[in-house]
Design a protein around this ligand. Structure first.
Ligand code: ATR
Length: 275
């Protein structure tokens, strides 16, 4: 049986999700066909339903449709409700569509297993207060960090996001200018949609504790501006979002196929995506 999946986004031509799911299929001995599908805001709903009609068993949803997708599914799982967005749809045999979000669990899996950083009892900085940030805050707070500080260019958006998650753990909002008052951090995550280039986003000095990890949620084969900046300003370690991409895909694969490909077997087969 061919298990058909796709990733829907705009733009989508450079998505590496098909390569990742191909490896998962090989390792778990499932016959997976995983394609890329382009949509617009106007066509997104039809594209999803059309995929189901054509026998698709599920799809991933990426930028810029993750929030819109919440209105397209019949049921939303708590992980997606909390994130306010979804990235995975399970298409049931009865025709119903169920939405999940694996971004946060994917980030946590990468932090713990590849980066060897458990946010538990750590001081965590989250830069940015948009969808990317909201998508991961729930699972991050579940790890019981000592504190999470959300810093955003527009402070009011950080405050709104902190209020949304205040039941879930110790979370504070600040502007980027006032960030120093909360430093140092053991883990700093860049969840802004901007590169940290030129004078676009000027972070203060002294952000990092000894042994801190600076993590950019963006996937890039060269150091991102945030990674370069963090290395030069005292971060002990830096990482881009490739591992998060792989782990969120693995979590989607578990939802669809009920089996998790082993990370230690997956990464050596994906080295071509890192060149
Ligand atoms: P996403 O879904 O990728 O998070 P978003 O909801 O548009 O996208 O949010 C983008 C985030 O990146 C916001 O936190 C935004 O800050 P503002 O709320 O102040 O707009 C942040 N961001 C984008 N460009 C930025 C820049 N040049 N400097 C600082 N922050 C930036």
């Amino acid at each position: 049986m061919i298990n058909r999946y796709t990733v829907i986004g705009q733009p989508i031509a450079h998505s590496v999700s098909p390569d990742i799911h191909h490896v998962f299929g090989v390792l778990t001995q499932r016959h997976i066909e995983y394609t890329r599908t382009e949509a617009t805001e106007a066509t997104f709903s039809n594209v999803v339903h059309d995929w189901k009609e054509r026998g698709g068993l599920g799809c991933n949803v990426t930028m810029p449709f993750k929030t819109l997708a919440m209105d397209v599914v019949d049921r939303v799982k708590p992980c997606a409700l909390r994130a306010g967005a979804l990235n995975t749809i399970f298409m049931h045999k009865d025709g119903s569509l169920v939405g999940y979000n694996t971004d946060g669990s994917g980030l946590m899996a990468d932090l713990r297993h590849s980066q060897r950083v458990d946010p538990a009892d750590r001081r965590v900085l989250m830069i940015g207060a948009g969808g990317a940030s909201r998508g991961v805050l729930g699972p991050l707070l579940d790890r019981k960090p000592r504190t999470v500080v959300i810093a955003n260019r527009t402070e009011s958006k950080a405050a709104e996001l902190a209020a949304l998650f205040e039941q879930d753990g110790p979370i504070t909002a600040t502007s980027i200018e006032n960030l120093s008052a909360h430093a140092p951090f053991d883990l700093a995550i860049n969840a802004t949609s901007s590169g940290l280039s030129g004078d676009e986003l000027a972070l203060p000095e002294g952000l990092f504790s000894d042994n801190a990890l600076a993590y950019d949620m963006v996937y890039s084969n060269t150091d991102t501006p945030f990674m370069t900046w963090a290395r030069a300003h005292g971060a002990n370690d830096v990482a881009d979002g490739f591992g998060m991409l792989v782990e969120q895909a693995a979590d989607a694969f578990v939802i669809w196929q009920g089996v998790r490909p082993k990370s230690r077997l997956v990464y050596p087969r994906l080295t071509h995506l890192r060149q």
